[in-house]
Each structure stands twice: as C-alpha cells, then as structure tokens.
Design a protein around this ligand. Sequence first.
Ligand code: SF4
Length: 322
Amino acid sequence: MTHTNNDTQLIPVGISACVMGEEVRYNGGHSQSRLCRNQLTEYFRFQPFCPEVAAGFGIPRPTIRLIGDPEQPTLTYTKGKKEDLTQRLLDAVAPMVKRCEDLDGFVLKKDSPSCGMERVKVYQESGYPHEQRGAGLFAREIMKHFPNLPLEEDGRLNDARLRENFIMRVFAHHHFRTEVMDQPSYHNLLQFHSSYKYLLMAHSQKAYKEIGRMLGAGHDQPLQELLDAYLTCFMQAIKKPASRGGHCNVMQHMMGYLKRSLDSNVRQDILRVFEQYRLGEVNLATPMTLLAHYINQKGSEYIRAQRYLEPYPAHLGLRNQL
Ligand code: SF4
C-alpha cells in the first residue's frame, strides 16, 4: 500500500546532511542512510544540517577531531598546527540550534566530532584517544538546549529495537507538541496521558506510577511547570526500549477490557500467543494484531484510543522485527 502524506502532515525531523545523502563530508562524499532517505521520508520531513560546512570549513576539507578533556573538548585539525576551531563551530551552530525548536527528532552522524551523539573519540596530547568518549560539539548543543528531543545516530538505527524506539519517540514527541503544547491546558495534558498510558506502562511501571502521581498532584502547580516536568519524565521513561515482559504485561492488562466479551476458548488462544511472544517464538506484531483486532471490535472507546495499539503507522512494519 502506498501512503501519501502531504508536506504539512509530515513530522519535522533534523538530520546530519551527509546522512541524508548530501555530499558534504570532509572528502566530498556522503553517508546516506537508506532507511531515512527512502522509508522515513514518507512520514518525516527531514531538515538537513551540516555544522562544518556552516562554519566555513569547506568541501573537501582537512579532517578535524576533538582533543583534551572529554567533558569539555576542543576542536582542532587532525594534522598540522593545533588551531582551536571550537568557537568557530559553536558560532556557526548557534543559529542552527535555534532552528531545532520545532523539531520532533534528530538523526545524527555517528563518530563525527561535530555530529556524533556519543562514543566520539577525544584525543590526548599523546595522540591516543581517551578511554572516556564524548559527544560532537553540535550534538552537545542540541542535547543541552533540547534534552527531551528524541535523538539517534545513523548506525544505531540499524538495530531493530533502537530503530523502533526512536521512531516511536518521534511520534510521541510530535503528538505532545501538537496536541498539548499548541493549546496548553491541564485537560489536554490529561487527554494525552490517557492515550499513552499503556505505552508508558510497557516501558516502565515505575514511571507510569510516578507520572500518575505527578498528574494527581499537578492541579495546584503552575501549568508550564507541570508540562515541563511531565515531558521530561515521559520522554525519559520511553527512551529505553520496552522488554518482552513489559509488552506481555500490558497486553494482558488490555485483555482485561475484553473479559466479558470474549469466550474463554478465544481468550485462551490469545493468551497462548502472548506466551509465544514472551518466549521469543513470534514477533510483537503477531499478538498485537490479534489484540488490536478484538479491541477494535469489542473494546470500549477508552481502550480503542490507546496509542499503544498503533504508536506509529503499522505500514512501517517495525513490530515485525521486535
Ligand atoms: S557528520 Fe555532520 S559535520 Fe560531518 S559532514 Fe555530516 S553533517 Fe557535516
């Protein structure tokens, strides 16, 4: 099936320009991600950023790297004079970071001294890298200004669990921005939370309870403060991929809503498929398709509205790989 989203329906996501396929790397090449370029463009409107080109380093350009303290590294050319390029890059990225305000995610190029999200080499005086790795300077700025923005590296997107988790978080962030932040109110926050309850529970029972308490006590809190605290806890909780046990627990909870409408043989069959999933014999799409089928047929409005049933378009096939 082909889906056509017009441009205004696409979710804005930043991306390192070379990952999008632009020939902006030091050697004039690119590092295109086919997943981003071909599949995700159906749902995401990618906005490419290349901090090194913006800083005027040119294409092609000498290679650069991070040196010194991994917590506070300095950017220099790899060879020759150790000219400090840090401020030049930071000056160039300041307006770029501003443009990230309306994004719902960012795909970063791994290992880059500018774009790498983690595990970027930081070199010592001796020329050997520190054991402790760091983050690229542009990535650090994004994380500092937008700690709740879903970020992922191109390489890590090859892992099915990390890929699913990142895409799910982008959709969740987008829903929060458009359904809550565009018209902030306690009511809209509760509506959002209600639709994400089971997804949250699959990721963390602890966060599910804590956030529930936070909302219960949140009436007397200034709205903006509550929204900020909620988003921080929510995005943090869903960052770690849900385990098989977490999914099974939620699917069983959701089955509770069908207790009276399913005959016990059908219930037993469904529970058997949950168990097969728990044992790793089938992928997540199998029990979820079954559960969603019965919930859509016989479930209440509340349970049918659970984002957990379809956190992103099923067409992406992400649950086939979990
Ligand atoms: S990793 Fe970042 S700085 Fe390097 S070429 Fe790609 S977009 Fe540009």
